[in-house]
Design a binder for this molecule. Structure first.
Ligand SMILES: O=P(O)(O)OP(=O)(O)OP(=O)(O)OC[C@H]1O[C@@H](n2cnc3c(O)ncnc32)[C@H](O)[C@@H]1O
Ligand SMILES: [Ca+2]
Length: 500
């Protein structure tokens, strides 16, 4: 019994020092785990937002972009969070009722209010950029164009975002920002890789932008845009052809065929058996064709189809002037263009049309694609309607013209040949963000948004390392003390069986 008491007295677990050491040890371990856990927990990502309204000639679309609040190399990693297609036509179509241009945006703006967290609303910049539709309205009727902007401005200012203004983009900006978008999304800018050209086909204008091989900038300064992005310099060639978007090009093609004011035309760019009645005033109501309006013409004309690809190409060719060129090389209409270079991303109507025709598979040759479009054009209209009962009839009727226009513009307008054509990719989006000028525009403008304080771990790295070192040292001392106090009873413990 006395041996047992003696052992109990010598048992370190019954000494206050051991208990204190143990408690401190446990606290130290808990502290170590807590500090490490807090320091290394995934940082809650805070985002900033920006909204761009693309007021195109055919429709308006709203894009919401987001990027981490702490920025990377002065340029945030911007991605598309949401997009909203405004119902109805483009804002330029409301020239006679400007207030409606403003109210048309309400639904998408309300969607934006839901998409951007409320606490970010006030600091979220909101931009509206208008393109060729408003360019044309501005040329035609400046007062009407100003009124549309006034109405749009009023409508946008009612929302809680930081409204930064509405303006018409120049053709150069439209082309250049489209190029920035494509290359940014492809990660080519940051990595300094060879860039991709950008081809944008809108309703009223079309843009071509690429970095040429040995391009002499002095030849046509109005087609040159110099960029410095991520420390790399780019000398971009860009041109925007007003009136060569697919709707205005169709107008020009019809104007070409009705220039003598006939009561009926048989159009090779529309399917056999296609027939509609069109109004002369409506057709010629655009600065792209107004000057060519026939002096004498009936109110309407009958527009029938013929479905002949080669003859359609002839009509389209007549829209391009290949005669005059004061530069070393031109595309058409006397516009300087160096030879196309490298790969290209073709988006908006290039994609809509080629996707409908099932021609976006990069392995198809120019010849195969041409044959396909020719065959498609010669298919009777009734048959086409039966095969595609769900497609918007206006689009459906125009795919033959649009496909032929795209091929003619690319090969004869921009001089793509069999080999260079194969480097064109028809794209809608890249990594979840739509291809178009808006992201490039946003990317450029966000450089002006000051970066928020970095969303860093709670402790600086040095502080974290010091705390962990102190705790580890403390644990080491405690373990040593613990072992030492146990050692005093170890011999007894080992003799225990002999005692028994
Ligand atoms: O750049 P601008 O010239 O201002 O015009 P936009 O921005 O309004 O032009 P889009 O790229 O939105 O559209 C280009 C054209 O494609 C048409 N379009 C849109 N969706 C289409 C689809 O699914 N199939 C065929 N055409 C389509 C649209 O009506 C236009 O004529
Ligand atoms: Ca556009």
């Amino acid at each position: 019994m006395s041996a047992q008491r003696e052992m109990k007295e010598k048992n370190p677990w019954h000494k206050p020092l051991t208990i204190i050491i143990t408690v401190i040890g446990v606290i130290a371990i808990v502290a170590l785990v807590t500090v490490a856990g807090l320091q290394n927990r995934p940082v809650f990502q805070k985002y900033k937002y920006g909204i761009v309204l693309d007021a195109g000639s055919s429709h308006t679309a709203l894009y919401i972009y987001k990027w981490p609040a702490e920025k990377d190399n002065n340029t945030g990693r911007i991605e598309q969070k949401h997009s909203c297609k405004v119902k109805g036509k483009g804002i330029s179509s409301y020239a006679a009722v400007p207030e409606k241009a403003g109210t048309s945006l309400t639904e998408c703006m309300q969607e934006a209010e839901m998409q951007v967290p409320a606490w970010r609303h006030q600091e979220t910049p909101l931009y509206l950029g208008a393109t060729a539709g408003m360019r044309l309205l501005n040329m035609e009727n400046k007062v009407a164009s100003d009124k549309v902007f006034e109405a749009v401005e009023k409508a946008l200012q009612r929302f809680p975002f930081s409204y930064q203004g509405a303006r018409i983009l120049s053709g150069q900006e439209e082309g250049a920002f489209g190029w920035v978008t494509v290359n940014y999304l492809d990660d080519r800018l940051k990595q300094g890789l060879q860039t991709t050209g950008a081809l944008d086909l809108g309703g009223a204008s079309t843009q071509i932008s690429f970095v040429p091989h040995e391009y002499d900038i002095s030849e046509s300064p109005s087609n040159a845009v110099a960029f410095q992005l991520y420390g790399n310099y780019y000398n971009l060639y860009t041109h925007s052809f007003l009136c060569y978007g697919k709707d205005q090009a169709l107008r020009m093609a019809l104007a070409h065929q009705t220039r003598s004011g006939p009561i009926a035309i048989s159009d090779p760019c529309f399917h056999p058996d296609y027939s509609v009645t069109r109004n002369y005033n409506t057709l010629y109501d655009s600065p792209c064709v107004s000057e060519r309006k026939p002096k004498v013409a009936p109110l309407n004309f009958t527009h029938t189809g013929e479905g002949n690809f080669l003859q359609c190409q002839e009509v389209i060719r007549s829209l391009f002037n290949f005669k005059s060129c004061k530069y070393s090389k031109c595309s058409f209409n006397g516009i300087f263009q160096p030879p196309v270079q490298g790969s290209f991303g073709a988006f908006s109507a290039y994609y809509f049309v080629m996707n409908f025709l099932n021609l976006t598979d990069g392995s198809m040759s120019l010849e195969t694609i041409t044959n396909y479009v020719a065959n498609y054009c010669s298919t009777p209209w009734d048959q086409i309607k039966k095969v595609y009962p769900d497609i918007n009839e206006k689009y459906l009727a125009e795919y033959c013209f649009s496909g032929t226009y795209i091929l003619t513009l690319l090969t004869e307008g921009y001089n793509f040949n069999t080999e260079t054509f194969s480097k064109i990719k028809f794209i809608k989006e890249i990594k979840g963000s739509d291809a178009g000028w808006t992201l490039g525009y946003m990317l450029n403008l966000t450089n002006m948004i000051p970066a928020e304080t970095k969303d860093s771990p709670p402790l600086p790295h040095a502080g974290y390392v010091s705390i962990v070192t102190v705790i580890v040292l403390l644990l080491f001392i405690l373990v040593t003390l613990f072992i030492l106090s146990f050692r005093s009873i170890w011999p007894k413990c080992s003799k225990e069986p002999q005692i028994v």
